[in-house]
Design a protein around this ligand. Structure first.
Ligand code: PBG
Length: 327
């Protein structure tokens, strides 16, 4: 590389075509995973106040929402369920007629090519709101593994293409992989929430999924936000246990973790641009303080530039619309 005046880095910024040709990170519609909250009942659409544009949807409404996502070219959805009732063991998470299982079956009937990803966790389904079963007030790691494995198998049985364990129990990927293999689902992929931080950015999600813990917090199983080396250890373990895709979550405050994971591992890396990240953009845009669309595209590109392959985001439809308008 020479110096100025022979070198003029502005040369390649002169036109939209040139900028596009040399852009280092590209977001495409096929990178996007669109999270959806499904609830029982018919013709129900319950708005989630801290997440403008996001609602809990009954299955019939979900079909419409999924249809509009597919029309925009989106190829994957991540499903969260709001159960009818909650109990100590989160039993609707692994019930054959559970809300997620019904949602997956419905999607496979109405949009068979859409990639259906099931979130595998117990917190939406337990009366105490923790991600596993309790033993004297603490989540019992090993007792939880069985239930997570049952949940994954029941989602695979309903037709899930991918299961995404998010409970942050040690050994959950291994337990799920063996259970899937033993139950005749060797081709169901695992996208593990490997580096999932105990984050205040999940606040709005817990309103959407009605999954806030009734006491305490999740710092006993989710990662401490100050750690990055530990994230690599989590991902390495999950890959050794059979994860096909590893995830970093949240995305923006952890771009360094995505970049380090990209250097360390060859596998696909997913990043989850979570509810609080979404709410901040929406709130500021509503106030006219920022340009919501441009910020959304800048954030999406930053996550890809850091090294993520897959982008899970509530902005998926907006991003798809913007990309389609450019094309
Ligand atoms: C379930 C789960 C959570 C999120 C995804 N899966 C919440 C939590 O751990 O409390 C958060 C997603 C978001 O904030 O958008 N365990």
């Amino acid at each position: 590389m020479t110096d100025f005046p022979a070198a003029r880095l502005r040369r390649l910024r002169r036109s939209a075509g040139l900028r596009e040709m040399v852009s280092e990170a590209r977001v495409s519609v096929s990178d996007l995973v669109y999270p959806i909250f499904v609830t029982h009942g018919r013709d129900r659409q319950v708005a989630v106040p801290p997440m403008p544009g996001v609602s809990q949807l009954s299955l019939d409404r979900m079909v419409e929402e999924v249809g509009s996502a597919v029309d925009l070219g989106i190829s994957a959805v991540l499903l969260f369920g709001i159960p009818d009732g909650k109990d100590d063991l989160g039993s609707e998470a692994y019930a054959d007629d559970g809300i997620i299982q019904e949602a997956i079956r419905t999607i496979k009937q109405t949009a068979p090519d859409l990639i259906a990803i099931g979130d595998v966790c117990l917190c939406e389904y337990t009366s105490h709101g923790h991600c596993g079963v309790l033993d004297r007030g603490r989540v019992d790691n090993d007792a939880t593994l069985d239930l997570l494995a049952k949940t994954a198998v029941s989602q695979a049985g309903a037709g899930a293409d991918v299961v995404a364990p998010s409970a942050m129990m040690d050994g959950q990927v291994g337990a799920i992989r063996s259970a899937l293999d033993e139950s005749g689902f060797p081709d169901t992929a695992i996208m593990s929430y490997s580096a999932k931080y105990a984050s205040a950015f999940y606040g709005p999600f817990r309103v959407a999924a009605e999954s806030a813990p009734r006491f305490g917090d999740r710092r006993d199983y989710q990662m401490d936000h100050r750690n990055a080396r530990e994230a690599l250890a989590e991902m390495r373990q999950d890959l050794n246990e059979g994860a096909d895709v590893v995830m970093v979550k949240p995305a923006l405050p952890y771009l360094d973790v995505i970049a380090r994971a990209r250097q360390a591992f060859a596998c696909p890396i997913a990043a989850y641009n979570v509810s609080g990240e979404y709410s901040m953009v929406k709130a500021a845009a509503r106030n006219g303080w920022i340009d919501g669309e441009r910020i959304t595209m800048e954030i999406a590109a930053s996550i890809k530039r850091a090294g993520a392959d897959v982008l899970i985001t509530y902005h998926a439809k907006e991003i798809a619309r913007a990309l389609n308008a450019r094309a």
